[in-house]
Design a protein around this ligand. Sequence first.
Ligand SMILES: Cc1cc2nc3c(=O)[nH]c(=O)nc-3n(C[C@H](O)[C@H](O)[C@H](O)COP(=O)(O)O)c2cc1C
Length: 215
Amino acid sequence: MAKLAKTLKQAIHERRATPSFDGTPIPAEDLEQILEAGLNAPSGYNLQPWRFVVVQSPEQKRKLRAASYNQAKVEEASAVIVACGDADGWRKDMDTMLQQGREGGMPESYAAQARASVTNFMSSMNTEQMHGWLNKHVMLAFTHMMLMAEVLNYDTAPMEGFEQDKVHEVLRLPMSYWVVALLAIGHVNGPDKYFGGRFDLTNTVFGEEFGKPLK
Ligand SMILES: Cc1cc2nc3c(=O)[nH]c(=O)nc-3n(C[C@H](O)[C@H](O)[C@H](O)COP(=O)(O)O)c2cc1C
């Protein structure tokens, strides 16, 4: 278990996209804690459309690397979490979601309304809209996991450099799955990446309406 935990503030500021990993295995309890953080993310109607494939075996990492433009860190990382969204998840999961909601205190009137709204909303989307919806949710869970890993003193690398069809083939994913991003986790090998800087609030944040500075 990683002992020297960082604060969230430290994790956010010290995190870098790790250029290379040393390959030391990650204890199962740490991995579980990281995954748990992802599963605790919020989602529209609490539909939780994320699905994660954790790749740790040398053989699967090698194949995944080949499906990821030969990025070495895919193979070097202790674990790679392949973050996917399931376009059909809501069909199977709605009953469970409503049941768990009721157990937590969801009013019956809300449950009935949610069932109708979810069905209407989810079945109205075309493929492109569905991918946008899945990206939104999966990246939120992904960020929870990335920051939890950093808090636990791991190094991480988010990756969008992969080929959808090839990752599907390597992981034998169902057709309804959409691969959103890869999260490599482990310990940095050698120097970490330089800090590339960030735009400040005057470039990126407005107050009350577009173009007005935040006071
Ligand atoms: C969604 C996402 C996808 C990324 N994909 C890749 C990738 O495929 N390969 C890579 O080397 N870096 C990738 N990066 C890392 C970015 O280049 C890096 O986060 C950015 O330059 C800022 O650097 P920092 O994270 O070290 O602050 C990705 C980052 C994000 C958030």
